[in-house]
Design a protein around this ligand. Structure first.
Ligand SMILES: Nc1ncnc2c1ncn2[C@@H]1O[C@H](COP(=O)(O)OP(=O)(O)OP(=O)(O)O)[C@@H](O)[C@H]1O
Ligand SMILES: [Mg+2]
Length: 576
């Protein structure tokens, strides 16, 4: 017989016994005692025969007595064996019961069994822990105690429906999260499976459940994180697209929708090639594959060129892109962050156009200034200086023809002659400073030689001139630039360097001309900000820039100065 009492040992409750049915027992008794019955029948037959037959009566009684004794021993033996088997079966049953009880008891998950009236008949240790109810408080009571009130009716109906199906077991609440109620009134989410079996015509239900508070919390945290991530992704100014290994889109943020003019629903699952102009598709796909093989976590795409994107309306536009990769459960995902740089590219183009314009404007201004200087120098030289020379000759003529007595006049003429002399010299100097006519008339080298001689004459500082070729032929603009660079550098040495010697070197190798002017003077810090009224070096740099060259100013206090300028030169046509 079975007990419905909680086990005193603190065990979970009764484990349902497997009872032998009455028919089975009867059958066994019949099988076991058939030989005895047969023997007893044989004894009866012998006794009857002895009573009715005269011959062999005594022998027949002896035989009947012997058969009775045999039957007696046999029945004692069979009874004994039957009792032994029964005890062994009981022991085995108890063992199985104990084992199942232990399993149920030591199960990590709460196990609860209820009878057909939904009264709790089994409540294991894990259930005590999960529900905070001691077993004694729950066993025999209604299951409702463990279910929040609002779910009780539905739960009861659910179990009844399950009982009616005849299905042996199934998962509960696969669509929704089930809630359970603890002794302290706190509800917690569970996952449960239910099974049923029939004992003595009554249905028993066993529920194995699992407290999924942690999982639900982790899932909601994950969902919150995902929502937050989506928020961040959607508020990003840059388009963010993630593709899988087959380069199909799995993530497409709001900025990507706006950039490519494609709603997310359409983009998800589409090949990335949708957003790349046809002519770049193959190279782009192999670029991404190649990047995947490198194992590098992230890098900028198209560092040397701007990548081109394709909007859904067919319009192409320049983008700046960086790519990163992650491996998630064995699959690679690539994320590209894209920025529409149409405005930047346009601004860069405009800037470079305007730089080119400024360069052209500067070059033209320089040229105009040089032409103007050249014109004034020539006017001074040809007109003024010639007239002054003519005047000089006239004064000399007058002086010669002056009568001796005209002392005062002679003195006047003398002063006039001197004045004219200094005026002619000044005029020639001014003209030469403006632009030595020999630059136009004789060429660059004599002009530079004149500059160097003039520098030494004026300052007393010896200056060496080294030119790589005796036949230095440059275009006008280049020749003027070289002349002006040497002129400004020597002027600086005269003004600031307090040098003991200077050196000018000009080298030309057919593709570029290098001008170097160095001194051993005071030197200075070229990194220092430009003095307010100092334009010489700035002008020098600008001249180099306008001709596509560059100027290096190498100097340090106490270490002298070296001005080095490189100018690219186009070969001179033969006609010049
Ligand atoms: N060879 C040099 N030795 C020492 N200091 C120099 C030399 N060349 C230039 N400097 C320093 O660099 C400054 C800038 O020179 P820069 O030629 O630009 O202007 P500036 O000579 O002062 O005036 P500007 O050339 O406009 O008449 C100078 O004031 C001077 O201090
Ligand atoms: Mg200067």
């Amino acid at each position: 017989m079975r007990s419905r009492e909680p086990l005193s040992s603190g065990r979970s409750g009764p484990i349902p016994h497997r009872h032998g049915g009455g028919g089975y027992v009867r059958g066994r008794v019949l099988v076991v005692f058939t030989p005895i019955i047969a023997l007893l029948a044989a004894t009866g037959a012998l006794v009857l025969a002895a009573l009715f037959l005269d011959s062999y009566r005594a022998q027949m009684f002896i035989a009947a007595a012997t058969v009775v004794v045999v039957a007696l021993f046999l029945s004692i033996f069979l009874l004994y064996r039957q009792v032994g088997q029964r005890q062994a079966a009981n022991r085995a049953l108890q063992n199985v019961e104990a084992r199942v009880r232990d399993i149920v008891e030591s199960a990590m998950d709460p196990v609860i069994a209820v009878d057909h009236c939904q009264r709790v008949i089994l409540f294991n240790a894990a259930a005590e822990k999960a529900f905070l109810w001691p077993r004694a408080a729950v066993l025999g009571g209604p299951l409702d105690k463990l279910i929040p009130e609002r779910f009780r009716e539905g739960h009861r109906a659910h179990i009844e429906r399950f009982g009616a199906t005849g299905v042996t077991s199934r998962r509960m609440g696969s669509q929704i999260v089930l809630m359970a109620l603890r002794a302290d009134g706190v509800e917690f989410p569970i996952e449960a499976s239910i099974s049923q079996h029939t004992e003595d015509g009554n249905k028993l239900f066993t529920v194995i459940l699992r407290d999924i508070t942690e999982r639900v919390r982790a899932e909601s945290l994950l969902a919150r994180n995902e929502a937050r991530l989506r928020g961040i992704l959607d508020s990003a100014m840059d388009a963010i697209i993630t593709v899988d290994e087959t380069q199909h889109i799995v993530l497409f943020n709001a900025a990507a929708e706006a950039m490519f003019g494609c709603p997310r629903e359409e983009a998800i699952g589409a090949p990335l090639a949708w957003f790349i102009p046809e002519r770049f598709r193959a190279s782009h796909a192999s670029h991404v594959r190649g990047f995947g093989e490198t194992g590098t976590a992230s890098r900028r795409m198209g560092t040397l060129r701007i990548v081109t994107g394709l909007r859904r309306n067919g319009e192409e536009f320049p983008i700046d892109a960086s790519i990163s990769q992650v491996t998630d459960r064995g699959s690679k995902f690539f994320t590209v962050i894209l920025r529409d740089v149409t405005a930047r590219v346009r601004a860069e183009e405009a800037l470079s156009r305007s730089r080119e314009e400024v360069r052209e404007l500067g070059a033209t201004a320089h040229q105009a200034r040089e032409q103007e200087k050249s014109r004034i120098a020539r006017e001074l030289h040809d007109e003024l200086a010639q007239s002054l020379t003519a005047l000089q000759m006239d004064v000399a003529w007058c002086k010669e023809r002056l009568p001796d007595a005209q002392e005062a006049l002679a003195k006047k003429l003398e002063r006039m002659e001197k004045l004219l002399d200094t005026t002619v010299t000044a005029t020639r100097r001014i003209a030469a400073d403006l632009r030595p006519l020999m630059l136009d008339d004789l060429g660059l080298l004599p002009a530079v030689e004149w500059l160097v001689d003039n520098f030494t004459q004026r300052t007393g500082v010896p200056c060496e001139l080294a030119v790589s070729t005796s036949d230095l032929k440059l275009h006008n603009a280049h020749a003027t630039a070289v002349f002006r660079i040497v002129q400004e550098s020597l002027a600086n040495i005269a003004k600031h360097a307090r040098a003991s010697r200077a050196e000018v070197a000009i080298e030309e190798n057919g593709s570029e001309v290098t001008i170097s002017v160095r001194d051993d003077g005071l030197g200075f810090s070229p990194q220092d900000p430009r003095k307010p009224n100092s334009f010489g070096l700035a002008g020098l740099r600008e001249r180099a820039y306008l001709l596509g060259g560059e100027a290096a100013i190498i100097s340090a206090p106490g270490r002298g100065t070296n001005i080095e300028v490189r100018l690219p030169v186009a070969p001179m046509p033969f006609s010049q």
